[in-house]
Design a protein around this ligand. Structure first.
Ligand code: NDP
Length: 294
């Protein structure tokens, strides 16, 4: 599996298994399947409620801990310097590890940015202390990143964002690329475009004729084409599935290459329509909820 080098020299497998909306009772089998199939990167979050099961699957897998890249996220309710240090303790204890490979802030809190900064300074402290190998952010827009970079010392290693052909956030991708912040795609196969609630007129990017035509030309699935589109443009991708055959399919994306014309055709599918919550509207009042103790 291809690896990417983060801005502090740490190497991260480009493709990881995502576990958002994977129920705790299906998380162990999904993570075990991914590890058996050769995936060595798992993306979870304090807010997903399944860190404990991710940790159990890793321990039971027999794969050495140091061969697995564990990424998790601090939820906004744990922002603040001491709160975020404690957030690390909760996640590490649930995962059953001493050290987390990549710890990121799940969202910016635009109206309480001081709390966001304090949380990030706690990540810097954890990095200095060797409790985490890399730190980063998620769903940070250019304004949030600019304010963060102005006020803190460590450039985030990663910005995890909604990125699929229907919503590419090119302004953020370019800003990140210029500052050695690695772009990591959530909903990389457009998951959010076919979740209930996306909208009555929702259309899955997996079923887009441009995607299915490219897939047919390569003898690959639409999901494989979308993951290849991300990886070939230097991004990390973290597709989610609870199904072993799909996890296997999603990992099998190294033996073909999209042409420049095909990449351009996929780039042209941009709709400007965000699937996830508007990052500017994230507040504790609307989205806060307590993360349980370990
Ligand atoms: P994805 O683009 O990974 O799509 C997941 C959906 O696609 C699921 O419904 C899954 O169903 C289905 N699926 C998986 N593989 C295939 C396949 N080969 N063919 C057809 N369907 C498939 O979207 P997600 O929104 O789950 O994002 C991925 C990960 O990104 C999350 O798990 C999480 O780790 C992270 N994330 C981060 C966010 C953030 O704010 N930082 C927000 C959202 C996600 P099934 O399980 O039944 O196979």
């Amino acid at each position: 599996m291809q690896t990417l080098t983060l801005n502090n020299g740490v190497r991260m497998p480009a493709l990881g298994l995502g576990v958002f909306q994977t129920p705790p009772d299906e998380t162990v089998s999904a993570v075990q399947a991914a590890l058996e199939l050769g995936c060595r990167h798992i993306d979870t979050a304090a807010a997903y409620g399944n860190e404990r099961e991710v940790g159990r699957a890793i321990r039971d897998s027999g794969v050495p801990r140091e061969d697995i890249f564990i990424e998790t996220k601090i939820w906004i309710s744990d922002y603040g310097y001491d709160e975020t240090l404690h957030g690390f303790d909760k996640s590490a204890a649930k995962l059953g590890v001493d050290r987390i490979d990549l710890l990121i802030l799940h969202q910016a809190l635009p109206t309480e940015f001081d709390k966001t900064l304090a949380a990030y300074r706690a990540l810097e402290k954890l990095l200095t202390d060797g409790k985490v190998r890399a730190i980063g952010v998620s769903n940070f827009m250019v304004d949030h990143l600019t304010a963060l970079l102005d006020a803190t010392d460590v450039v985030p290693a990663v910005n995890q964002l909604e990125i699929h052909p229907y919503f590419q956030q090119r302004d953020v991708l370019d800003f990140d690329n210029d500052r050695s912040i690695l772009n990591q795609a959530w909903s990389p196969i457009g998951g959010i475009t076919f979740y209930p609630g996306y909208g009555e007129d929702r259309k899955s990017v997996l079923a887009d004729p441009a995607v299915t035509a490219i897939a047919a030309a390569h003898g690959k699935s639409p999901a494989q084409v979308l993951l290849r589109w991300g990886i070939q443009q230097g991004r990390s991708v973290i597709p989610k599935s609870t199904k072993r055959h799909r996890i296997a399919e999603n990992i099998d994306v190294v033996d073909f290459e999209l042409s420049t014309d095909e990449l351009t055709a996929l780039d042209a599918l941009e709709t400007g329509r965000r699937g996830g919550p508007e990052p500017e509207n994230i507040t504790l009042a609307a989205y806060g909820r307590a993360i349980p103790e370990a």
